[in-house]
Design a protein around this ligand. Structure first.
Ligand code: AMP
Length: 299
């Protein structure tokens, strides 16, 4: 496996069909599942590691975001990445940056108003990665449902040639969606956070039984998370998968998504509701059989 620092070196080393997995590092099995998906259909798998300052709306979040290149390189290599592209700030954003990529409408709801400038930062960095690495396929987690929709729209409208592939959420054994930020949760906060997945699972079950009213699906989530007084909810929304617009009825591919704070840590989670032959199928993601690498070496 090679570690590269520049776009030109990355393009020189990569051969054949290229699969790109953009991440901010501090890897876990969610990221590694993107490598596995890319491994299946590409000759070269490039994982990028870059903590993108443009997408952080809070200084303290950027400052405390976990970073460990050595750890990440080991995990990426073991999962089958061929290249870890770890650019310095200067390679991504040399000099003054006057260009921003904005995907209107899709950024208006949910994460958008709660994290000003976030999606502009994401879309700008992803556009730069697509232009610089020139992958045939790029892999994004369904964990960040709105981000996935925005990246798809951006790549289509700006005519980036490769395709964007969405990959199911990877969860801990107990259902908590993997996130690099989970390492900040105290044992009690982590326990509280399990209500998020419980609520989404109840709603997923209801949707598969034929419930179509957004209010009812959303209430199923609140029935679980409302019972945990230490969780502070920002939103629970049923939105269309393509335009990320809130909908009243489950009548098209959608996702039921939420954001909540457990202590000082902001968590997001969702279930995608895809059409099936006889209604809707909920993508609840996959669960690990053992504890994730996020807890390796602790306790
Ligand atoms: P991040 O490093 O958090 O920016 O995430 C990099 C990529 O990994 C994004 O496409 C995320 O959606 C994806 N990802 C993060 N957590 C998970 C997870 N638990 N399951 C699947 N994909 C994930």
């Amino acid at each position: 496996m090679r570690i590269t620092k520049t776009f030109s070196e990355t393009r020189m080393v990569a051969t054949g069909q290229i699969g790109l997995v953009p991440t901010m590092g501090f890897l876990h099995e969610g990221h590694l599942s993107l490598i596995e998906a890319a491994r299946d259909t590409n000759d070269t798998v490039v994982m990028s590691l870059f903590v993108n300052p443009l997408q952080f709306d809070r200084e303290e979040d950027l400052a405390r975001y976990p970073r460990d290149l050595e750890r990440d390189v080991g995990l990426a290599a073991a999962a089958g990445a061929d290249i870890v592209f770890a650019p310095e700030l200067e390679e991504m954003y040399p000099g003054e940056q006057l260009t921003r990529v904005i995907v209107n409408r899709l950024s208006d709801e949910m994460e958008g108003p709660n994290r000003p400038g976030h999606f502009e930062g994401v879309a700008t960095a992803v556009a730069k990665l697509l232009a610089g690495v020139r992958p045939d396929r790029s892999y994004f987690g369904r964990k960040d449902a709105q981000q996935l929709a925005i990246v798809k729209r951006m790549a289509a409208e700006l005519s980036f040639p490769g395709s964007i592939v969405g990959v199911p959420i990877v969860r801990e054994r107990d259902g908590l969606a993997l996130s690099s930020r989970n390492i900040f949760l105290s044992p009690q906060e982590r326990q509280d956070a399990l209500a998020l997945n419980r609520g989404l699972t109840a709603a997923a079950d209801a949707a598969e039984r034929g419930e179509r009213a957004a209010s009812s699906l959303i209430n199923s989530v609140y029935a679980e998370i409302g019972a945990v007084s230490d969780l502070s909810v920002e939103y629970v929304t049923l939105a269309s998968q393509d335009l990320v617009q809130p909908i009243d009825e489950l009548d098209r591919p959608a996702f039921l998504a939420l954001a909540a704070w457990s202590g000082e840590t902001r968590l997001i989670d969702n279930v995608h509701l895809d059409r099936s032959d006889d209604g809707f199928f909920a993508d609840r993601g996959t669960r690990l059989r053992t504890e994730s690498v996020l807890y390796r070496g602790e306790g």
